[in-house]
Structures are given as structure tokens and as C-alpha cells.
Design a protein. Structure first.
Lengths: 389, 389
């Protein structure tokens, strides 16, 4: 990659994904196996059908643009990247932990926080036994993935239908060696949102066992009567739906801070992956204003202004955002972290070095290091440092 | 106010309010009069009942904290302001355009974009005739308010149940001398959101007649079966509900940009009032990423990346946010504008000079001037400059 710039830049990724093998749930009893999340792609119809726990969801397959379509697009942001259009197919290591390292070395991605892909559907399961057994099997499989490289920080799947199950799997996952727990930005249907005291034992368990609480955006459980990830149709819909995905992560953070969970658990760390980062200083100011101006209605009272929890205990990953570097440099939020989203569509595979140089050339070395390397290391201090380029 | 700091700072406000007189709708025919928004405060029960067009909504009255309650609050952000707790009652000029100037002079607020208070309920009206006649009477009354000082930029009320009525009232309001039109962040119930082509004649009319499109946050029409402005109850609810109010403004901007309205109407200017400002650079980056990465699904194609419309045609006002100054200085969004929210509860009445000095002391003079004065002047060039202090 040396031809793309003068220096090869390494970066840790606060947002990556594994792809589940098709036989992941083979050892589940048959009556449970068939209920776990499955996806069938129908290329001819251009649709993908996801089934989970007796529910079925259909969504259009992304249609990569042809080169002609792309070039005919009148507005092409300067930082366009032709090759990303082919998306997941072009990441040879997507399914293989060893091949993956080859991809990462080529891109300049060092260590990764790795979330599920198909496993995001787990939160649509309505049967406690099913989600409990499914998470157990998934965690047993993916801890073996994690052990293939000290650069892998795989997120444990947590069953959220019974708080006791969640606490038990957090404990078990920590024992296996997980350092990160994957949470949806909104709990499963029929469960209260994160500020409710029902979740308190979960935050306590994460803190006690030293697991980072990882919210990945776009993980709202799906109403089976609605459209998947589609809030708006028609004119402007694609951009509107993409923007909408960030708000769930912001809400989850607000819920945890406003309910006092981060106050009661000062060692609990939260990572919001793929939602951008510049929302952090904005949300901090907004929470402080609400906390102060509506002070008479605030419950509970916190030991510090809301912003201080966000600035110290909350981290966020972004991919391309120009403003994210300034959220650290000018606004002082040190927990801004880069992320690759490897091997997904919104990610940087194929143009990581170009993106890193666009983001960090001319940025003070300590800030560049903090966003690319340091913030991640603070969350996962066991991970070795990248080689000196 | 000279005892609070070395220099008296003037600032224009991108977010202020008028208070409607109780007899505003007296000249409406009786059968319409009784359907216009009314509010009755029941101090004993600590509740306020709003009635509009046969619908009735109740919400708790804000309970000002006693000094003892305030002092017992463990976490008090440094920039706390005791006096704001008494809220609206302490602004003597709230109901009187001449007394108001005395308040403004004392605070250092020069010119103001002035929105309705009770009039925000207009968007819950379901009868076209009612909203059309109500807006007409309100605009006739408040243009007289505006004429009492060149510092007043009052927002015209626009009937939105029939696009033809909206276009007609925009034209009439411009003829009366209005320079700003008040829009809710979400259209009335049963109407499509702003990206829909049904609204295209409205954007064309605003551009043609030189009216700024003013979205004031917290103006989502209320579902009569739900709670007013209450998204969350219980633990953390006050902060959560306050934070939630900002997203409507962000969505409205995304809708206008994504559907191409700002592309087709390059002279249309949008002001988002009271929703903070640091979301701007964040949303710009997020829209660009969605536009680029989901390019195959984007309709319509725009002449420029989405961020460029936001950076040039969209303005936003904030009150206290520390990060908002950096959104201009470090992130380059020149359309950040200060706002007082006079005479409302979240505003700066009683501590405006303190707030302005906290925000702008040490900030380069051109940036301070742009946020306090210049961005507003760009939207409303007819307004005279503040006196040299």
C-alpha cells in the first residue's frame, strides 16, 4: 500500500464484524436449531429473507452500482471510493480468521472490536431458552475465533430476555476470555428501555467482570409488521434511513447516563460502534442543558454533570467523518475512535489507507495516535500495540 | 450589567418567543373561536390543560425548585444559574413589545427571530378553515408587533393542512413584511413528512418571497392518545425527554436535503431554532457517508454532496452549548447562531451576559461576531446592526 502515501498508518478498529458459518447452531436440539436466525438470498428477486423464531422479514439486497452508474452520478463527494461499491464480496477474509489477518495487514487495520452479522437478529428472539442456548453456542464458537489472534476482540452475545440469563452469560463469557459484550441499542420487544432499573444487575455484572458494553447501531429489534431498517420510502429515503441509524446509539447513551447507571458504575465503559462520533460533544452539552434547566424534574440526581460521564466513560467509532477528528482536537472528547466496519458495506475495505491519510494527515501526532490507536487500547489494554511502520 | 464583565456583549437571537394575548382570536366567528388553542393552568393540581380543535391535552406545570432544593442538588454544572429557575414570570416584557425592549437592552439581546408560544398548538388543528383563519388573524396581529421595532423578526404562522392555503398565506405574509415563516419539525398528522413532493410548492413559495424557513424544535404535532412531549417516564425521564427534542429538527433538515428541495431552491434558507448547533457538522458527515455508501439507492441525485447544502443553506441556534462555538471555529460551519429563547424556561433571561462571556471570552473576534451577530444578519439583512458598546 506504500504507493498510496508516504507512510503506512496502522489503526485499531472499534467496529468490525464476523460472519457466522452456516452450521453454527448444528449442535442445538433440532426444535431450537430451526428457530435461530437464518438468511436466504434470492439474487433473482433481489431480496433477502431473514427468518428468526418463527418470524420472517424480507429486505431488498443492496444493488452495487455499475461503474457507469457511478460515473453518471452528478454529485460525487471528493472522497468517493469506487472499489467499495463491491462491498462484502471483496473481503476475502470475511469468513476465515486467518485469511482475515491478511486483509487487515493489507489495509492497515491492527486490532478489532468484532461484532456479529447475522447475530444481530438474536434480539428478535422471543423465547428465553432459545436465545440463552443460541448465545452460549455462539460464544463457544467465537471465543475460538478470538483465540486465533491477540488482535481480535470479539463481542460476546448476551441473552436479554431474562436478566438472570444475561448476568450468567456475562459471567461465563468473561471466564472464557471475552472483553466486550454486544448489546442492541434498544432491548428486545416488550422489555423496558435501558434506563429502567430492571437492567441494573446487568450493568453491575459488566462492571464486575470487566466487559466493555458495546452498543452497535442499527440493532433495534424489528417490528415484524414493519419494514426492516426502513423508516422512510421514496424520495430521499436512502439518506434518511442511513441517518436514522445513529439516533439509537445516542439514545442508549442518554438512557445510561440519565438513569445514573454510569454514576453507580464508574468502571463501566461504553462503546458505541458505527454511529459516528461528533454527536458526543453535542449530546454532552444537550444533556447538561436539560439537566440544569429542568432540574426540578430530574431523577435521579447525579454526582457530576451528565457531560462528564460521556467524556470519560463513553467511546464512539466513526469511519469517514471529517468532523470526528475535531470532536477530539477542538471539543476535547478524547474517546473518539476510528472504525473500519470490515467487512461490511459502509466500511473502508479497499481504501483504508486512503481514508486514514485523508483523516489524519496534518493532524497533531498525539491526536492521530489517540484516535487510531490509543482510545481502543484504553478500552482493551491487553491488546498488543501495532508494529512500528 | 457592566459589573458582570469587562465588556457588554450584544447578540442577536435566533430563537425567541412572543406570548399570545388571551383575546387574540376574538374576531373569529364564534364557532371557530372556541376551537383555537387555549391553555388553562390549574396551579392547585400543578397541571396545565391545552384544548385545540376539540382535543384536550394535559401536562404537568413545571415546578420551580426552591433555593433549598437547588442547593441540595449534588451535581451542579459550573454554569448553573439560580435565577432562571423562576422562568417566564421573571421576564417583565414577555407580553408587551415595548417593555420587551427594556428586557432585551438589559440582557444584551439585540434583534430576535420571534416564534409563537401557544401558537405551536396550531399544528394540531385538523380543520383547514380553522387553521387558515387562525393564522390569518394571528399574522395580522403579530405584524403590528413586529412593526414596533426594527429589532423584531416575527415568524409568520402558516396553515399547513392545504398546500394551496400555505402558499397563499406565505405570499400574503411576505406582503405584510414578514421575513420568517414558522414551521413545525413534523407536519400535521395525516400529512406526509417534508421530503414528499406534496410540499414542493411550499418551498418554491418561500424562496420566491424571500421568507426564511424556520423550524422550531419541540413542535411535533401531538398524538391525542399520547403524552405531551413525554417520551420517557420514570428514571432519567427529564433529561431523556429534553434530549429527544433535538432530533425532530435534525430530521427535518435531512428530509429537505435528501429530497433535493435545497438543491432545487438554492436561495431557500433554513433556520433550526433551539435544537443546539453541533449536530450540524455531524449530520453533514453522516449524510455524505449515506449518500456515498448507499449510492445505488439514492433518489434523487443531488448536484452537490449533502453536506454542502447544510453548510450553506442551513442555520441553527443554541443557548449554552460549549461545543457550538467549535462547530464554527474548528469544523467550519459558519451558520451557527446564538439564541436566547426569551422569555422561555430553557433560555438565558437573567444571565445572558454571563452566558455570552462564558461562550465567547477568548474566542477570535470574527468568530464571536459571526455567531452573535453575523449569521443572523445574513438571514435578515434588513435588521440594523447593534450599537457599538
Amino acid at each position: 500500500m506504500s504507493e498510496t502515501g508516504p507512510a503506512f498508518l496502522w489503526a485499531n478498529s472499534g467496529d468490525s464484524h464476523y460472519m457466522e458459518p452456516p452450521n453454527l447452531y448444528d449442535e442445538l436440539p433440532e426444535h431450537l436449531q430451526e428457530l435461530m436466525p437464518k438468511t436466504v438470498r434470492d439474487e433473482e428477486r433481489g431480496a433477502e429473507v431473514i427468518t428468526v423464531d418463527g418470524q420472517s422479514f424480507e429486505r431488498p439486497l443492496p444493488k452495487p452500482r455499475t461503474r457507469e452508474q457511478w460515473l453518471s452520478t452528478a454529485a460525487r463527494p471528493k472522497e468517493q471510493h469506487l472499489d467499495e461499491e463491491e462491498g462484502e464480496k471483496r473481503a476475502p477474509g470475511a469468513f476465515d480468521p486467518q485469511l482475515r489477518l491478511v486483509d487487515l495487514d493489507g489495509e492497515g487495520i491492527w486490532a478489532e472490536a468484532i461484532y456479529p452479522s447475522l447475530g444481530t437478529w438474536t434480539f428478535n428472539i422471543r423465547t428465553p431458552e432459545l436465545v440463552r442456548e443460541g448465545c452460549r453456542i455462539s460464544n463457544d464458537f467465537f471465543i475460538a475465533f478470538q483465540r486465533q489472534s491477540p488482535r481480535y476482540v470479539v463481542a460476546a452475545s448476551i441473552p436479554l430476555l431474562e436478566v438472570g440469563d444475561a448476568v450468567a452469560e456475562i459471567r461465563r463469557a468473561a471466564g472464557l476470555g471475552f472483553k466486550l459484550a454486544f448489546f442492541p441499542v434498544r432491548p428486545p420487544m416488550q422489555k423496558p428501555t435501558w434506563q429502567h432499573d430492571e437492567w441494573d444487575p446487568v450493568w453491575a455484572a459488566l462492571e464486575e467482570h470487566g466487559l466493555v458494553l458495546g452498543f452497535h447501531i442499527g440493532t433495534e429489534p424489528v417490528d415484524p409488521t414493519g419494514y426492516i431498517g426502513v423508516y422512510h420510502r421514496g424520495r430521499g429515503g436512502a439518506v434518511l434511513n442511513y441517518v436514522e441509524t445513529t439516533y439509537g446509539g445516542q439514545r442508549a447513551v442518554t438512557q445510561l447516563i440519565a438513569c445514573g447507571a454510569l454514576d453507580r458504575h464508574p468502571d463501566l465503559r461504553v462503546l458505541v460502534s458505527e454511529g459516528g462520533a461528533t454527536w458526543g460533544p453535542f449530546l454532552a452539552d444537550r444533556m447538561d442543558e436539560g439537566y440544569r434547566q429542568h432540574g426540578a424534574a430530574v431523577r435521579p440526581t447525579l454526582s457530576k454533570p451528565p457531560s462528564e460521564y460521556l467524556y470519560t466513560q463513553v467511546y464512539a467509532s466513526f469511519q469517514h467523518d471529517r468532523s470526528a477528528v475535531q470532536a477530539n482536537l477542538a471539543m476535547g472528547w478524547k474517546n473518539v475512535m476510528w472504525g473500519s466496519d470490515y467487512p461490511h458495506y459502509e466500511g473502508t475495505f479497499g481504501h483504508t489507507q486512503k481514508t486514514l491519510h485523508e483523516l489524519f494527515d496534518g493532524v497533531p501526532a498525539d491526536v492521530s495516535h489517540r484516535i487510531r490507536i490509543g482510545a481502543f487500547q484504553e478500552l482493551f489494554p491487553h491488546v498488543p500495540a501495532p508494529p512500528t511502520p
